[in-house]
Design a binder for this molecule. Structure first.
Ligand code: ATP
Ligand code: MG
Ligand code: MG
Ligand code: MG
Length: 559
């Protein structure tokens, strides 16, 4: 591809308003253009990389027997009513009406659609197991779209769904998916970790998240090196100093009847709408830090603290602030008047700032043993441990790292099949609900995660598996006709074996080199003055060394 014909609107200045490195580099390298908050046009370089990631995903899905389909983006309300998620999904669901005043949603995920599809088509267990997948644009009205493609309101996901007549079969596909996901994230060049996760609003029981390790990550992973387990802190054993337990106790004392009633009362008092969950968080109210316990009742499945939040009356403490408070004395925790259980919309994602979790039944690491890895406090159900603290029997010190959730695998069980009557006849002719699994890869988020971990201060360094082009040919001086002719013929030759981008623009060499570093193709071949002696310069993007190579030897050299 000739760069003069491409559309790569690179920027000289570093965009100031972009909050993450991948976001900045994607804007600067002319890869994306924002149209509205969390909504982007994918320009040519991005599209090429997305194609490559999608191809890897497709191959791995096909390898485990996944069959590709494409479901509608527009979902009729009725199906979402059947599962109960028209309400439960809350404000993240993008809703709209057609001309007949009928309600629709723009699909954020497709459990309802696929369950409805299969219940009409599936009659007997003999058709099972079955795994279907699609790669498609999803819509979620995220509370805080940010970091470019990392958290968009419109983004590309690969979503797969599997169907089974027995647990063993579901387990087997889950294991296959887990392995396929491991392959995908290895192949695209991510340093990732699969972690035990909380099943949250989607329901179901057994689930793992795939986390690309990165400081920009919004999730916190707790792990120990020794025992090899890792979990999202939403699910894990977590570190909070004893003072938090005190604060919790004090908070609970303020509440006559902790639980749903007091949550409702508080919500009423704060004039907020309740939605869900089982988390603990730190907020700043009137400039003071307050811990709020969110006691879960899974019946109530969502909440909006949002209006209150938007009104600016509650401010979420930053990571640094929380760490500061955690290190300081208990006294600095501030008043706990407002610290009563409250249900909060988990879209607010306060957990991302606060490493805590409960070591209570169902909320701890797989392989974590009570007594060995955590203790129960005398007064409450869970106790807190600090980072670096060693487990009693010395089986490991808990550590934390941040991760970007690039994928998740779920065993849904019969949640959707029961709600929506997806049954088959089993061996004995009895009608039984189908077991399901669902499996998502954030394709566009993965692209950003790759940039977060493959770059230097000059730009992106694409892993070969996903690079938009393999080789960047550059003419240093466009007026040098001999060099131009040599570059043209090299472009032809290399083009037979490689994907080549040829910078034939009439720009200064400095501009071309800067753009080339920014775009980050694995190899750069510069046709400059050396061409008089038949030489070109070759440099790998991830190395500082330049080699002088005879133009006839370039293909050989790149092998
Ligand atoms: P998050 O916790 O980051 O909000 P999620 O758990 O809501 O993600 P899933 O429902 O598990 O997301 O969707 C499957 C995958 O889709 C995620 O693992 C993630 O990689 C991707 N994804 C989810 N939301 C977004 C988004 N707003 N922008 C980009 N990718 C997303
Ligand atoms: Mg989400
Ligand atoms: Mg998540
Ligand atoms: Mg998830």
């Amino acid at each position: 591809m000739k760069q003069s014909r491409m559309f790569i609107p690179t920027m000289r200045e570093t965009p100031q308003d972009a909050e993450s490195l991948s976001h900045r580099y994607m804007l600067k390298a002319g890869m994306i253009k924002q149209m509205a908050s969390g909504i982007y046009t994918y320009l040519p370089i991005t599209k090429l990389v997305l194609n490559n990631i999608e191809q890897i995903v497709r191959e791995e899905m096909n390898n485990i027997g996944g069959v590709e389909i494409q479901m509608p983006v527009l979902h009729p309300r009725e199906l979402w009513e059947e599962s109960g998620r028209w309400q439960a999904y809350g404000s993240e669901l993008m809703r709209m009406k057609d001309r007949h005043d009928r309600d629709f949603a723009l699909g954020p995920t497709h459990e309802e659609i696929i369950t409805a599809l299969l219940r009409d088509e599936l009659k007997s267990y003999k058709k099972l197991p079955l795994t279907l997948f699609q790669i498609q644009t999803k819509f979620r009205d995220e509370l805080r779209p940010r970091f470019g493609l990392l958290r968009g309101r419109e983004f590309i996901m690969k979503d797969a769904y599997s169907f089974h007549s027995n647990e063993a079969s579901l387990n087997e596909t889950y294991r296959d998916m887990y392995n396929a996901y491991s392959n995908i994230f290895s192949r695209v060049g991510l340093n990732y970790r699969a972690v035990e996760a909380d099943s949250g609003a989607i329901g179901g029981s057994h689930t793992h998240e795939f986390m690309a390790l990165s400081e920009i990550g919004e999730d916190i992973i707790a792990y120990t090196d020794e025992s090899g387990y890792a979990a999202n802190v939403e699910k894990a054993a977590c570190p909070v100093p004893e003072m938090m337990a005190d604060a919790e106790q004090r908070a609970l004392e303020k509440v006559a009847t902790p639980g749903v009633d007091s949550c409702l009362a508080l919500a009423d008092h704060l004039n907020i709408e309740l939605i869900d969950t089982t988390k603990t968080m730190v907020l700043k109210v009137d400039g003071e830090f307050v811990m709020i316990l969110i006691r879960g009742d899974h019946e109530l499945n969502e909440i909006k603290v949002r209006d209150y939040f938007r009104a600016g009356e509650i401010e979420f403490a930053s990571d640094e602030e929380i760490r500061g408070v955690m290190k300081a004395s208990p006294g600095s925790l501030g008043p706990v008047e407002a610290s009563v259980p409250v249900y909060i919309d988990h879209q607010v994602n306060v957990m991302s700032n606060y490493p805590t979790g409960a070591n209570i039944d169902g909320y701890h690491f797989i392989n974590v043993n009570h007594g060995r890895d955590f203790e129960t406090a005398g007064t409450g159900d869970f106790r807190f441990i600090t980072e670096g603290e060693r487990a009693e029997d010395d089986s490991g010190a808990v550590k934390f790292m941040k991760g970007i959730e690039v994928g998740q695998v779920f065993q849904l069980g019969t949640k959707y099949s029961e709600a929506m009557n997806l049954n088959v006849l089993d061996e004995n002719g009895r009608s039984v609900p189908v077991l399901m699994g669902c499996y998502g890869v954030g394709v566009s988020r993965t692209l950003s995660a790759i940039i977060e971990s493959h770059h230097d201060d000059r730009g992106i360094i694409w892993p070969k598996s996903v690079t938009p082009f393999d080789i960047h040919i550059i003419t240093a001086n466009p007026k040098d006709e001999e060099a131009r002719n040599a570059a043209e013929s090299l472009y032809e030759t290399l083009g037979r074996e490689y994907k080549v981008l040829y910078d034939d623009r009439k720009e200064r060499a400095g501009v071309k080199f800067a753009d080339s570093d920014l775009i980050g193709l694995p190899y750069r071949v510069v046709v400059g003055r050396g061409i008089k002696e038949g030489k070109v310069e070759i440099k790998a993007r991830d190395s500082e060394e330049t080699a002088e190579v005879d133009i006839s030897q370039v293909t050989e050299y790149l092998k």
